[in-house]
Design a protein around this ligand. Structure first.
Ligand code: GLC
Ligand code: CA
Length: 563
């Protein structure tokens, strides 16, 4: 394995819509990110990933792009984007964009043309098929595949009487990667941004570019009237890797850039190597989702009220499987959440009594695992899930599609519990800058309500508090990037310690010269954990305690003496 600059980075993901609004329209913007670059530099990260700010009708908050070569006026101008890149670079911060290659908006000129008739030059840039009829002559989609956002993955267009494929929302038609002209257009677009100075991409929904092209029905069993969530029909398919190799040769190999693919759709460790292996023509890393659901927040669908219990053993095994499976073969990114997941302190930590301790403990794990850590904006102050009391407070397109169908099955209370745990809006509320109105995010009306706890949880308070979550994140980032332990934390090997311990996540990071032991209590009660205390010295922890019992959410980062 060759050492690369992006292995020695800590990433910070910014959701521009909710970061900082500078013109009072209630939506965060690029000038807002520029304004906060000093804050980001003080945090200590050296890479930012900014979610889409391209021109878009915002059906899916920017993942529905209508012009790849421009900035949506909600977010600013192309000049703002250039200025942001320039100013980040002067602070030693690299910038990666979200590259959306699976679909466009239905308002993109390509699709506008594609829809017009069956013979135009762009028809084949999207996936059009005839529908079917049931025995009563009712129109049915071409097959029974489900979309990620409820319902069929096809939408009927009466202009030409055909269906187009859309695995997300109706306003997000999937591109046809079988078409070489389309592939060239996407490569041109990516090169254009790299030439403009960006340092790479987080590549959106990359697992889905290739579809099973017979488009035959899935055999998965589903309730009558529902569609089959058979993601394998359009995830991680062989043909996709040809597209990636081509994209690599045409674009990536000509730049000193970094790429992180998002592979939902259940890619496993072996598949990750096909995307990003050290000897593969593809990306540099891929995000997987496997560790994100270990307390049932999603499967439960609001059935149980109150706090969910984390299956710590399962969580550890999941990390271990990925880390050991990747060692020497593929570099991993690490993250607790992104803009599609609940807030990690709400999921695996505690939002009240042990808010500080648990948020710090989660940060300590993130920043001491192998791989490049990505912090999601607000995580560094322990922002929490929403406290909304009505489903109308939510805005996400996934919620808009989910609620009507859920109402036919479950109570309003259960829907609300489920959304407060699992909705993507949990991560998308305005950044909590201070304790003034709207948490200092906007002087106008925020596009999504601020979480009520901003008076308690905000940047201003934490910047001046040496025991805050934020101060701890800064210390941990320094430890990882600039301390004498940098090498072992970045490149050292990994081994779980007491892997069957039901409450504690403990592991060693080691190389020929040194050894670090990380111990993290995932419980809101005291837990016993025996280790050879005398052979280690304490580097950082979040509470003052020298006993063999760990306090609620306590973590310790220790170094082997003499090592
Ligand atoms: C990815 C994005 C998500 C978006 C989807 C469609 O999963 O992270 O926010 O809705 O792709 O582009
Ligand atoms: Ca704004």
């Amino acid at each position: 394995m060759k050492k690369q600059w992006w292995m020695e980075t800590v990433g910070y993901q910014i959701y521009p819509r909710s970061y900082k609004d500078t013109n009072g329209d209630g939506v965060g913007d690029l000038p807002g990110i520029i304004e906060k670059l000093d804050y980001i530099a003080r945090l200590g990260v050296n890479l930012i990933w900014i979610c889409p700010f391209y021109k878009s009708p915002m059906d899916d908050n920017g993942y529905d792009v209508s012009d790849f070569y421009n900035v949506d006026e909600l977010f600013g101008t192309l000049d703002d984007a250039k200025e942001l890149i320039r100013q980040a670079h002067t602070r030693g911060i690299r910038v990666i964009l979200d590259l959306v290659m699976n679909q466009t908006s239905d308002e993109h000129p390509w699709f506008v043309e594609s829809r017009k008739d069956k013979v135009n030059a762009k028809r084949d840039w999207y996936i059009w098929r005839d529908g079917k009829r049931d025995k009563n002559g009712n129109r049915l989609p071409p097959n029974n595949w489900a979309s990620f956002f409820e319902g069929s993955c096809w939408n009927y267009d009466d202009l030409t009487g055909q269906y187009y494929m859309k695995i997300f929302s109706n306003k997000m038609p999937d591109l046809n990667w079988e078409n070489p002209e389309l592939r060239k257009a996407m490569a041109d677009m990516a090169r254009w941004w790299l030439d403009l100075g960006v340092d790479g991409f987080r590549v959106d929904a990359i697992a889905h570019l290739a579809k099973e092209t017979s488009f035959r029905d899935s055999k998965m069993k589903v309730e009558p009237g529902r569609f089959a969530p058979d993601w394998r029909k359009f995830s991680n398919r062989d043909r996709l890797f040809d597209y990636l190799a081509e994209f690599h040769d045409e674009v990536l190999t000509h730049y000193d850039c970094v790429t992180v693919g998002e592979v939902g759709g259940g890619a496993n460790v072996e598949e990750a190597q096909r995307y990003a292996g050290f000897d593969t023509k593809g990306f540099n890393m891929v995000f997987n989702f496997d560790h994100c659901w270990k307390n049932g927040a999603f499967g439960d669908e609001g059935r149980t009220l109150g706090k969910l219990t984390t299956d710590v053993i399962d969580l550890k095994k999941t990390f271990e499987r990925w880390i050991l499976g990747s060692e020497g073969k593929v570099w991993m990114p690490q993250y607790w959440l992104n803009h599609d997941h609940p807030r990690v302190v709400s999921q695996y930590g505690d939002t009240e009594e042990y808010h500080r301790e648990s948020a710090q403990m989660l940060g300590a794990v993130l920043l001491t695992l192998p791989g490049t850590p990505f912090i999601y904006n607000g995580e560094e102050i322990g922002m929490t899930n929403v406290d909304y009391t009505s489903v109308d407070d939510f805005n996400d397109v996934w919620v808009r599609n989910y609620v009507p169908s859920a109402r036919k099955r479950i109570s309003e209370e259960r829907i609300l519990t489920h959304l407060r745990r699992a909705s993507r809006d949990n991560a998308r509320t305005p950044m909590q800058w201070d304790d003034s109105v709207n948490a200092g995010f906007t002087t106008g009306k925020p596009h999504l309500k601020v979480v009520g706890n901003y008076k308690r949880i905000n940047v201003r308070q934490q910047e001046s508090d040496e025991h805050s979550v934020l101060t701890m994140y800064k210390r941990l980032i320094q430890l990882r990037l600039h301390s004498g332990m940098k090498d072992v934390l970045i490149y050292g090997k990994f081994a779980l310690v007491q892997q069957d311990h039901p409450d504690i996540f403990a592991y060693r990071r080691f190389d020929d010269n040194s050894e670090i032991l990380v111990i993290a209590n995932f419980r809101d009660y005291k837990v016993n954990f025996a280790y050879e205390v005398d052979t280690y010295e304490l580097i950082i922890s979040n509470v003052v305690n020298f006993g063999s019992e760990l306090l609620p959410y306590e973590f310790r980062i220790l170094r082997a003496k003499g090592g």
